[in-house]
Design a protein around this ligand. Structure first.
Ligand code: NOJ
Ligand code: MG
Length: 602
């Protein structure tokens, strides 16, 4: 989020990457990007050969009719995942929680949210998934807890008990106001008053999400215990939530005001503070060392010079989710009413930089959707684009770049955004606060709602669309969030039967990728980089070369086949999203149809 877009647009050029936690984490792949020869001296690790899949648990599959997705529901859908080449499922937080931020407010890291099932259900999921070659990856929300956690309750009771120093407490300023002018990421002051202690506590996100005090070794040990508990249960790794914020600067002074209330973005003041890596190195040593798992940090705003400490051979994680390609419509902070638009050239640049940065010494988590972003079809393509072609177009990029693809639930079906009539129809707390920010900034209600339509996190949180029956097979009860109205047409059952569907396309490409060394390990080079409509790149190794061409525009887009290196009549169109010219000689193709994606090879 936030300033990531600015910083990360250059970071990957100089960075090197790879491996925090795997046992054989040393980098032994050597790739010469200039001369097309690749020497691979190591096998890839398990998590480099799979597709990962993010499950937004509330919305994946309900098994007990309460309208919320749950663990047994996930277990009943493992075949859908196995068929997609999924080898790891990242579950959004399933711990006990009051659910003000849908699980990102943890009350107890050791128990399962009753909405989602029991610990036995969790064990069964881990066991059954394992049998299908799928590891369960837990979401560690370690920057903050819920204000309903026992730790916080104890901490707020008094200034001198065992837990007093587990959160970040400060006295008011002399006039009784907040200790400083930091604005939380969800809007409003980052400080909330506590009457018992007569002090304020800090929260990077909502006031119900108080930040833990990582300076306290007891807090850190308690968190490492949590992580080890889940590894003992058989988890295959971790996604680490909101990691840049765990370390705070020693100076808690005011920052430069950037809004009408005189506040300043907390991200600018606290993200990636010096010393954060000491904490994370300790995490790696006490939790990950010697275990065949992977970690992926939600770690935005890392500076170019520092990336090697984060994900390189000496880094703390195996991969980091960065946002350089996701936040191109934002300048500075991620305030929805201040968003602009972006050009395909910016997307191409961001992706190429990430590919280059992780070419010789790293690994990239490829993603275009998650539970915090709108659906990619509405994000990356012109308004009115055919959703099936657009879904296949982006799926082609997702499944043919170098790295581990992270498919977000429903992306494989080509799901799209929703537009509800009133802000009251939305569940996401960030949608509500962004709406209020827009109103304060002087936008009309209609305009404020249009920002919500475009960016709401609920766009990606509507229930999965499994079939055409009532509530799409997601629940027999009342769904916690309405389904997208298009579910009668756009759903897994229909797409299973339709060889030209987005789902069939994902399956075909996943099958192809699985056994294909060029796609798994080969080098990446961007092609046609001046072309305004087409994103093109090659993947190659000593055994061969694939050319991937994707038209992001709604019109025919010409290109020079010689420049793309596809005049060679030995080469064929292996995949075409229009499906009518597969098998034809590559030399026959000189332009792409609207939103067309093709893969050319031998
Ligand atoms: C990032 C998560 O992805 C998001 O959903 C959540 O609201 C914040 N971190 C706070 O935990
Ligand atoms: Mg349920």
């Amino acid at each position: 989020m936030e300033k990531t877009a600015i910083i990360l647009s250059t970071l990957f050029l100089t960075a090197s990457a790879l491996s925090g936690c795997s046992i054989d984490s040393g980098n032994t792949d050597r790739i010469k990007t200039e001369d097309s020869s690749l020497e691979s001296t190591s096998e890839l690790k398990w998590w480099q050969k799979i597709n990962a899949y993010e499950i937004y648990v509330n919305s994946f599959q309900d098994s007990d009719g309460d309208g919320y997705g749950d663990l047994n529901g996930i277990r009943s859908r493992l075949d859908h995942l196995a068929d997609l080449g999924v080898g790891a499922i990242w579950l959004t937080p399933v711990y006990d929680s009051p659910m003000e931020d849908n699980g990102y407010d943890v009350a107890d890291y050791y128990s399962i949210n009753t909405r989602y099932g029991t610990m036995e259900d969790m064990d069964a999921l881990i066991r059954e998934a394992d049998k299908k070659g799928i590891k369960v990856v837990m979401d560690l929300v370690f920057n903050h807890t819920s204000d309903r956690s026992e730790w916080f309750k104890r901490s707020s009771e008094s200034r001198d008990n065992e837990y007093s120093d587990w959160y970040i407490w400060r006295d008011p300023k002399a006039d009784g106001s907040e200790p400083n002018n930091w604005r939380s990421i969800f809007g409003g002051s980052a400080w909330t008053w506590n009457e018992n202690r007569k002090q304020y506590y800090l929260h990077t996100f909502a006031s119900s999400q108080p930040d833990l005090n990582w300076e306290n070794p007891k807090v850190r040990d308690a968190l490492y215990d949590v992580a080890n508990f889940w590894l003992d249960k058989g988890a295959g790794g971790f996604r680490m939530d909101a990691i840049p914020y765990i370390k705070k600067p020693s100076d808690f002074s005011d920052g430069p005001a950037d809004d009408s209330e005189g506040r300043c973005d907390i991200h600018m003041m606290t993200a990636n503070t010096d010393g954060i890596l000491d904490f994370l190195r300790e995490f790696k040593e006490k939790v990950c060392a010697g275990k065949d798992i992977f970690t992926v940090g939600e770690a935005n705003g890392v500076s170019p010079d520092d990336l090697k400490y984060w994900v390189g051979e000496n880094g703390v994680f195996d991969m980091i989710f960065e946002f350089s390609h996701m936040n191109l419509d934002f300048e500075g902070s991620e305030t929805w009413c201040k968003a602009g638009s972006f050009e395909l050239s910016d997307l191409k640049k961001a992706l190429t930089e990430s590919q280059i940065a992780t070419a010789s010494n790293g690994w990239y988590p490829i993603y275009f959707e998650n539970h915090d972003k709108p659906r990619s079809i509405d994000h990356f393509f012109p308004e009115g684009s055919d959703p099936v072609l657009a879904g296949k177009a982006l799926g082609t990029v997702l499944l043919s770049l170098r790295g581990t693809p992270f498919i977000y639930q429903g992306e494989e079906l080509g799901l799209t955004n929703v537009s509800w009539d009133s802000i009251d129809d939305y569940n996401d707390l960030n949608s509500k606060s962004q709406y209020n920010i827009a109103i304060k900034e002087g936008f009309s209600e209609e305009e404020a709602l249009s920002f919500v339509h475009r960016f709401s996190r609920d766009n990606a949180r509507t229930p999965m669309q499994w079939d055409s029956s009532i509530n799409s097979g997601f629940t027999t009860g009342t769904p916690w969030l309405p389904l997208n109205e298009n579910y009668k047409e756009v759903n897994a059952e229909n797409e299973n039967k339709d060889t030209s569907s987005v789902l069939s396309w994902y399956r075909r490409l996943s099958d192809f990728r699985k056994g294909n060394d060029i796609l798994l390990k080969g080098e990446y080079n961007e092609l046609l980089n001046e072309n305004k409509d087409i994103y093109a790149f090659e993947r190659k190794d000593t055994s061969g070369r694939l050319v991937i061409l994707v038209n992001f525009s709604n019109k025919d887009a010409g290109f020079d086949p010689a420049e793309a290196g596809v005049t060679d009549n030995e080469k064929k169109i292996l995949f075409s999203s229009y499906g009518d010219n597969e098998g034809e000689k590559a030399g026959s193709i000189k332009s792409l149809r609207p939103l067309e994606a093709v893969i050319i090879g031998e």
